[in-house]
Design a protein around this ligand. Structure first.
Ligand code: ADP
Ligand code: MG
Length: 705
């Protein structure tokens, strides 16, 4: 039954990658492309024409009939408009297949229906997609046929970014420039480029598709809006890293195969904490490619699930009371000649360049903590960050024992003189190998943790793009590097100046370091004493984009203009209100059309039972039926009242003007009304005959995949 394959044979087979370009493009054109990819620069139309022609020929060999500019508007998902390669029919009745350089580098989708946050009125519909040649084109093969996908950026007629990619590319340029300045100060004259490396670990849930189709809440909102907890949750920890069931394993295998063909280096997979929850992680790549690949991973997870009779849920909190899903964004800085700026070496106290990089990052995260938190603002993530589930919404940095100690030495004496050594791990079993442990244990509770040679930002939501987090990380770290370089380039005595600066940053920003349990109540108290922000709601976090210090940083490095930032904040408020509105409407629909009628059927059966038992045995004890009937009727009445209140709340919200007030209203009024409706319904689920309950339960969904 199984079809076996050799990974190295299929890896990247559908990608127009370096090897394909080298093989197919004329030498001169290949060299030019390579130059632009590595160092940037203008692509002339003649070169673009040759590349486009070869790309088309190659794609047609893979069965492609269409091409698309694949882009990432502010909807959170990717978008594409397909054009076929055919040209006007020839007199012979045949058609030619063509694809010009112009079509490759520039597209013009009608932009009026994408969120712009007021950047563009609907009548100004022009929007352009521009080829991001640093992320390779690929052919996607599926039931819809084969399509040549060209990763692009998406801008308005006046050049404002309407997408996630444009600011990402701008932020990559910013950090490249500033990191190179820093390297030059330390005598590095050989590295030509510094790129953020990103590895995004993706969590997801898998449920049975037939059961999914019986849940309107999952269909419309991606999460369950009702649902009582099953007898067993995740308390036994038996799912985490557990053996992967065959049905899921077969699915994962298919996902991997698809991803490998697309050149996505899917590497790690395992069961996650919650039942039916899993994780997939690729090997890290250059920031923009990693973001593109994360989109491909999400799309592939969803698409392949259907083929296996499964449904993939990427929502951050599909099931209340069950662990939700996030995305861990691993981030470091790598030079073109292979140096990782976040590699501390075995004696970090002597690695001055690393200590400067590290303390700059501490400074950046401390100064822009709320902005970084806002990068994880996503409606679904609201149920995780600072809500019912860890992690908290407080940003702090975990350094671990070794680096924590080095920084503590810097703070107390101004100089670090030693590094804690990595110890041998002794198992006490002769046949097991002894090996050196990592310098630091892990801390899974930290939102921003140093993990050996990279930082892991753990606040991002599972369904959202990681572009915003990386845009912000790149920009704020570029800003810190820039300030440090401004000082150090002027210094008379470099060694002394850098030593002083490292100490100064460590002292000034030590409050952001926290190595303890980030999930504890004590930390919330302690963070408050330290003056660290704890912004629980997305609605309160998103204005961080337009805080004066954010505007200053973004404008300084031309990542965002103030207008672009304002438009993004508008979009976030709108998205929030719209999403909650859809959830409210779904609840109204389900409660009115499915739950209340089912409960009425149940009470009718109960009442009939009371009467018929009484008729048969006049002195029969029907207190159980009667008691249950009373209990269910009371809950039914509560449900009906709550439903009416939600209907009213929703109607009022719809009338409000778009903007922050409306978002606040949806959070404070509509969400509260939703919770009030959910409470009696979940109680009803526990007492109503399972055969009469109109949808699969949590237990059915997460334990029976
Ligand atoms: P863990 O989270 O358990 O430490 P890994 O070390 O395997 O797991 O890394 C998780 C993710 O981090 C993977 O996507 C991996 O490729 C990525 N990663 C590893 N090293 C780096 C690095 N230097 N920069 C960015 N990402 C990295
Ligand atoms: Mg990890």
């Amino acid at each position: 039954m199984s079809e076996y394959f050799n990974v190295s044979d299929i890896f990247g087979e559908n990608v127009f990658n370096d090897a394909v370009m080298q093989e197919r493009l004329p030498k001169k054109v290949y060299k030019k492309m390579k130059e632009i990819i590595q160092a940037g620069g203008e692509l002339d139309l003649a070169t673009a024409d040759v590349v486009a022609h070869e790309m088309k020929e190659w794609a047609i060999e893979k069965g492609a009939t269409h091409y698309t500019h694949w882009f990432q508007p502010l909807t959170g998902v990717t978008a594409e408009k397909h054009d076929s390669f055919i040209t006007a029919p020839m007199p012979t009745g045949k058609v030619l297949m063509s694809f010009s350089g112009k079509e490759l580098i520039k597209g013009e989708p009608d932009a009026s229906s994408f969120p712009s946050g007021g950047l563009r009125a609907t009548f100004e519909a022009r929007g352009y997609t521009a080829w991001d040649c640093t992320s390779p084109a690929f052919v996607r093969q599926d039931a819809a046929g084969a399509t040549l996908c060209i990763p692009t950026a998406f801008c308005s007629y006046t050049g404002e970014a309407l997408d996630q990619k444009t600011p990402l590319l701008r932020s990559m340029e910013a950090i490249n420039e500033q990191a190179l300045r820093l390297l030059r100060l330390f005598g590095n004259t050989t590295s030509k480029k510094v790129t953020p490396s990103v590895g995004a670990e993706q969590e997801y849930f898998i449920v049975d598709r037939n059961k999914y189709l019986q849940r309107k809440d999952l269909i419309f909102t991606g999460r369950t809006l009702f649902g009582a907890m099953p007898p067993k949750g995740q308390e036994m920890d038996d799912h985490y890293f557990g053996a992967i069931r065959e049905r899921i394993a077969a699915y994962m295998r298919d996902v991997n195969k698809e991803l490998w063909k697309l050149g996505v280096s899917a590497k790690t997979q395992h069961n996650e904490v919650a039942p039916a929850q899993h994780e997939i992680a690729p090997i890290y790549a250059e920031c923009n490619i990693a973001v593109d690949h994360n989109h491909l991973i999400m799309e592939t997870l969803k698409k392949v699930a259907g083929r296996h009779g499964l449904q993939c849920l990427l929502h951050e909190k599909p099931f209340a009371g069950v662990n939700g899903s996030g995305k861990h964004n691993n981030w470091s800085l790598t030079t073109d000649d292979g140096i990782n700026l976040l590699e501390p070496g075995s004696t970090p106290h002597e690695n001055i360049q690393f200590l400067l990089v590290l303390t700059c990052i501490l400074k950046a995260v401390d100064e822009h903590a709320v902005l970084l938190r806002a990068s994880a603002a996503d409606v679904g993530n609201e149920h995780r960050l600072g809500a019912n589930e860890a992690p908290p919404a407080i940003l702090s940095v975990f350094l671990g024992e070794q680096l924590g100690d080095v920084v503590a030495q810097l703070i107390s004496t101004g100089t670090a003189t030693h590094s804690i050594k990595r110890e041998m791990l002794e198992t006490g079993v002769k046949t097991l190998p002894d090996f050196r442990k990592d310098a630091t244990d892990r801390n899974r509770t930290s939102p921003f943790a140093f993990t050996g040679n990279k930082f892991e930002f753990r606040m991002a939501g599972s369904q959202a793009s990681v572009a915003p987090s990386n845009v912000i990380l790149n920009t704020i770290v570029a800003e810190a590097f820039c300030e440090a370089c401004d000082i150090l380039e002027q210094a008379e005595e470099f060694n002394e100046a850098v030593h002083d600066l490292i100490k100064q940053y460590a002292v000034e920003h030590q409050r952001i370091i926290f190595n303890g349990d980030g999930y504890s109540d004590e930390w919330v108290e302690e963070a408050k004493r330290r003056g660290l922000a704890n912004v629980k709601s997305m609605v309160d976090a998103i204005c961080a984009y337009t805080a004066p210090e954010s505007i200053k940083a973004f404008e300084k490095f031309s990542v965002f203009t103030q207008t672009e930032l304002e438009s993004r904040v508008e979009i976030e408020y709108e998205t929030y209100a719209k999403t909650i509105n859809i959830e409210a409407k779904a609840m109204i629909d389900i409660a009115g059309k499915q739950i209340i009628p089912s409960v009425i059927k149940f009470t009718t059966a109960l009442a009939a039972s009371v009467n018929s038992v009484k008729a048969a045995v006049s002195d029969a004890d029907v207190s159980v039926q009667a008691g249950l009937l009373k209990e269910v009727s009371a809950l039914l009445a509560e449900t009906k009242t709550a439903l009416e209140q939600l209907i009213q709340a929703e109607a009022k919200g719809k009338e409000m003007e778009e903007g922050k007030d409306r978002a606040v209203y949806y959070r404070d009024v509509v969400k509260t009304a939703m919770e009030a409706l959910r409470a009696p319904v979940d109680k009803l689920e526990m007492v109503v005959d399972k055969d009469m309950w109109p949808m699969p339960s949590y237990g059915d969904l997460i334990f029976e995949v």
